[in-house]
Design a protein around this ligand. Structure first.
Ligand code: MN
Length: 302
């Protein structure tokens, strides 16, 4: 039986009063497989006229992965995509060498998870792309519904295109019950109750308490409370160390420094999003590195 490591989410402010719980990266753990970022947003009710607006900002070296549970959000990006995402759907944006997007809540109610997936070295500079997945493999077992978000699980295969071995699964149980999940012993895993609570090996994990499991197990027995929604992510440990700064991911610090410089000087690497307001772009925070500082990953603090 694997022993879980407990990681507590922290609060982060996306601006305009949009508060989320950030689960990855933390000082304890930066990645689970290639999953390098996990924000849990909501469930929240915005006042009329104060819905979520995430203004135009850039990304590199990663895929953004949005799993929508409640509400509607309009995604727009710099390759011309314009897509409303609804509950039960995934938006997957492959930023590659550079992409800009906005996210506008269309409903007062919002509940979502947003994750980032680091791209492997040969994909870091790939052309930007966007995919909307309105339907995902879904099956039920008694009062438990499974939705496969990424990778393969229980003989199912998700349509989301990822570039390293990983898995993403949403489990919703209306009743309290035991669950036995098959695991890939090559994978490390993280389990996050988005609602409700779970129990692994006698340890309780409440909503927003992340349970990390090291590789080596082929199954996991857990107990879920009634009305629990659980997000399971996993993957083969990602080999090359990555640099994360603000919205940029890169394999080398020089790549991230160049990306930030290109964003700030408005080069063609980061075109405008259709409908984006004229005027100054969202400023990037000052780079944290002095010229001779040693190589390390910087954890975003906002
Ligand atoms: Mn983004």
């Amino acid at each position: 039986m694997p022993t879980p490591e407990r990681i507590e989410a922290r609060n982060a402010d996306l601006g305009d009063g949009m508060l989320v719980r950030r689960v990855l990266p933390t000082r304890q753990r930066r990645m689970v497989g290639a999953w390098c970022f996990l924000d849990h947003a909501g469930p929240v009710e915005f006042a009329q006229g104060h819905e979520m607006h995430v203004h135009a900002h850039p990304h590199t070296g990663l895929q953004t992965f949005t799993w929508l549970i409640e509400g509607e959000v309009l995604h727009r990006d710099s390759i011309g995509s314009e897509q409303v995402i609804r509950p039960g759907q995934v938006n997957l944006m492959t930023a590659g060498r550079g992409m800009v997007h906005t996210e506008d809540g269309l409903t007062p109610r919002l509940h979502a998870a947003q994750l980032w997936i680091a791209l492997p070295p040969h994909m870091e500079d790939c052309a930007p792309a966007f995919q909307h997945h309105p339907e995902l493999p879904q099956w039920s077992l008694e009062d438990c519904t499974f939705t496969l978000l990424a990778g393969e699980f229980a003989g199912q295969s998700a349509p989301t295109q990822v570039h390293t071995p990983l898995v993403g699964l949403d489990v919703l149980s209306t009743v309290a019950r035991q669950l036995s999940l098959p695991l890939n012993p090559q994978f490390e895993y993280g389990l996050l109750p988005l609602e409700g609570q779970i129990q692994i090996d006698g340890e309780v994990f409440q909503t927003d308490e992340f349970a990390y499991l090291a590789p080596g197990s082929s199954s996991l027995d857990l107990r879920v409370a009634a009305n629990t929604r659980l997000l399971l992510i996993g993957g083969e440990p990602f080999a090359p160390p990555i640099t994360m700064w603000w919205n940029f991911v890169g394999l080398h610090r020089a790549y991230v420094i160049q990306a930030q410089s290109d964003w700030e000087s408005g080069t063609g690497r980061f075109p405008k999003v259709k409908g984006e307001a004229e005027g100054p772009r969202m400023p990037a925070p000052k780079l944290p590195w002095t010229q001779h500082a040693s190589q390390r990953t910087v954890i975003p603090n906002s």
